[in-house]
Ligand binder design. Structure first.
Ligand code: A3P
Length: 288
């Protein structure tokens, strides 16, 4: 379904029109029965919640298993489940397979309820919105929102990549007991990256040395990643992104919404947010 703004939607999942060859309704359907392996690892997020960051942490942790030659980027090593590259068939990949996904809970392979591990990273939605505002300027394949008022309406109606944030978090949160899943927050990763890396290692059953953990923490820090060609997505082609206008690693802070939303916009957001999230026992870290 065409949504305008250069976006398409399949079953409520929204993605850029430019991905229409990789994500078709048939492929979305096939994913339901995609065969999961015990040692598969999935990072699932709503866009702008720290996907690329977590993707980097995990690919660093799996350096040995992946036989990493030092040439491959984190997105080669941990590709998108729902956007396979041309000619790529995830079924043929060697184990352990690492995946990223923005899919809703009701769209991921059913086999994930039996095997495989999921790391779900959440972030407070005001910072997601601000991050997305800048992201649309950087991504040529996305339409800009001129104002935060405009973007906020898109956020509430789900007219952005990923679709509706409320549905995403609700679906994953209320069904979490069906999966082997670790919930992480972007904000806790900011506050204590080492602690988050240790948590991830424990969840994945990785027994590694302190030195190794230290090196993963160093290489996944904001500044290191920003200048690391394997992690910073600088190799994305110019017809997709405008490297002059931004970067995947933009600011990397908590509470940037305070610099971007007016008091009235913030109050409006709070009202809608309260109304739509009220049945869930969820709280977010809005600022430190
Ligand atoms: P900001 O735009 O607020 O800076 P995603 O990867 O899901 O698209 O999320 C992008 C957000 O994660 C951006 O937020 C980006 O700066 C932040 N990010 C990426 N790597 C990071 C890191 N190593 N440390 C902190 N934030 C990071």
């Amino acid at each position: 379904q065409e949504l305008g703004d250069k976006l398409l939607s399949i079953k409520g999942f929204v993605f850029p029109e430019s991905n229409k060859n990789s994500l078709t309704p048939e492929y979305m359907e096939q994913l339901k029965t995609f065969q999961i392996r015990d040692d598969d690892v999935y990072v699932v997020t709503f866009p702008k919640s720290g996907t690329v960051w977590t993707q980097r942490i995990i690919t660093l942790l799996y350096e040995k298993e992946l036989n990493e030659s030092g040439e491959q980027t984190s997105y080669d090593l941990m590709p998108w489940l729902e956007f396979p590259n041309e000619g790529e068939d995830h079924s043929n990949r060697r184990s352990p397979r690492l995946f990223c996904s923005h899919l809703f809970e009701n769209l991921v392979p059913e086999g994930l309820q039996e095997r495989g591990k999921i790391i779900y990273v959440s972030r407070n939605p005001k910072d997601i919105m601000v991050s997305y505002f800048h992201f649309t300027r950087f991504m040529k394949i996305l339409a800009n929102s001129e104002t935060y008022n405009e973007l906020m309406e898109k956020f509430f109606s789900g007219r952005m990549i990923g679709g509706c944030w409320f549905d995403h978090i609700k679906g994953w949160y209320t069904n979490k007991d069906k999966y082997n899943i670790l919930f992480l927050r972007y904000e806790e990763m900011i506050r204590d990256l080492r602690g988050a890396v240790v948590k991830i290692c424990e969840f994945l059953g990785k027994n590694v040395s302190d030195d190794f953990i230290n090196s993963v923490v160093k290489k996944s820090s904001f500044n290191y990643m920003k200048s690391d060609p394997k992690a910073n997505y600088k190799s994305l082609p110019d017809d997709i992104v405008d490297h002059e206008q931004g970067a995947f690693l933009r600011k990397g802070t908590v509470g940037d919404w305070k610099n971007s939303l007016t008091v009235a916009q913030n109050e409006h957001f709070d009202r809608v947010y309260q109304e739509r999230i009220k049945d869930l026992q969820l709280d977010f870290v809005w600022d430190f």
